[in-house]
Design a protein around this ligand. Structure first.
Ligand code: PBG
Length: 325
């Protein structure tokens, strides 16, 4: 006896498929990462990330306008400072690239949500995400104070959300206390809660000029084999006061996104990182895959897994794609 059920009935036309579609993407879910440095008229393409550039603040404003017009959820700022030192002191310079960019964007486009990445690796000459001990280990507790100074510089400039990406223990609690103490009780923290030590960050390190001078980040970022550990990490960040959680990278960690969503019910972001972006762009350039379709499929998969928002270098392209349909 054949089953009366025929799954193909609901796949016959685009109109039918659209009706039964379970996951929908909207530009307001996309957060666009941008790299800012000093100067004027600067737009330096990043070789390993076709379509992505480092820009000066004036050029960044053009991108901010594009983000506004496309209805993106927000932008995420990374700074490339003029000078680096062992403690990363340019990270809390009120006239560093990120605070300058935040002030300019909030002045020109007050409704555009501006998120700042809070980490030391772009600002230290050794490229690690915190202060080093004499033996070259990252000193967790000494790093917290530096991160707080950086987050406060971003808050004072007018950032809407601060996003610590360093993976030091207790940094969410420390930042929450520092922000509250300075009167920023209203400022949300988006925590890079489950951030893995990943080969997919390769192109970003060219973009942010933040490759570690020695060693790697495995003593603070997570081991890609671990899922239960991610739940411990995120629960800790929730207890410490994180407002939005993040899983990073996204594509190779869809199970983590799904588990975190189920386990916490928190607003959840996923970061489709540089390597995920560049792989799709590179294969599309060679004509090996349809770049547009691969872009949308990768994003819908991240949303289907449970991410409420997606940080992606495709933000503008994906929004344009959605507007065309
Ligand atoms: C800073 C940071 C990194 C990324 C975001 N914030 C690099 C790293 O941890 O090495 C990676 C983003 C990407 O690859 O797109 N700690």
């Amino acid at each position: 006896m054949m089953s009366a059920v025929r799954m193909r009935r609901l796949r016959g036309s685009e109109a039918m498929r659209r009706l039964v579609r379970e996951t929908r993407l909207h530009p307001s879910q996309f957060i666009w990462p941008l790299f800012v440095r000093s100067g004027t008229g600067v737009r330096t393409p990043i070789g390993s990330m076709p379509g992505v550039s480092q820009t000066s603040v004036d050029e960044l404003l053009r991108d901010a306008e594009r983000a506004m017009t496309a209805g993106l959820g927000g932008i995420l700022l990374f700074g490339i400072p003029d000078t680096k030192d062992a403690v990363g002191s340019s990270a809390w310079d009120p006239h560093g690239p990120v605070p300058e960019a935040v002030r300019a964007v909030k002045r020109e486009f007050p409704d555009l949500l501006v998120i700042t990445d809070v980490c030391m690796c772009e600002y230290t000459d050794h490229g690690h995400c915190g202060l080093l001990t004499p033996s070259g280990d990252v000193d967790n507790d000494a790093t917290l104070a530096l991160l707080a100074k950086e987050a406060l510089a971003h808050a004072e400039a007018g950032a809407d959300i601060v996003a610590p990406s360093d993976m030091m223990d207790h940094r969410v609690a420390y930042l929450r206390q520092a922000l509250d103490g300075a009167g920023y009780t209203h400022l949300p923290i988006m925590s890079y809660a489950a951030k893995y030590a990943s080969a997919f960050y390769g192109p970003f390190r060219e973009a942010a000029e933040s490759t570690p001078a020695f060693g790697d980040r495995r003593s603070y970022q997570m081991d890609s084999a671990n899922g239960r550990e991610a739940l411990r990490e995120v629960r800790l960040d929730v207890e410490e006061g994180a407002d939005i959680l993040m899983v990073k990278p996204a594509g190779a960690y869809l199970d983590i996104i799904s588990a975190v969503k189920r386990d916490t019910r928190m607003p959840l972001a996923a970061y489709q990182v540089s390597g995920e972006y560049s792989m799709i762009r590179a294969a599309a350039e060679r004509g090996w895959i349809d770049g547009d379709r691969a872009m949308m499929e990768s994003l819908v998969a991240i949303a289907r897994a449970g991410a409420d928002m997606i940080i992606t270098y495709f933000a503008l392209d994906a929004a344009a794609h959605l507007a065309r349909r």
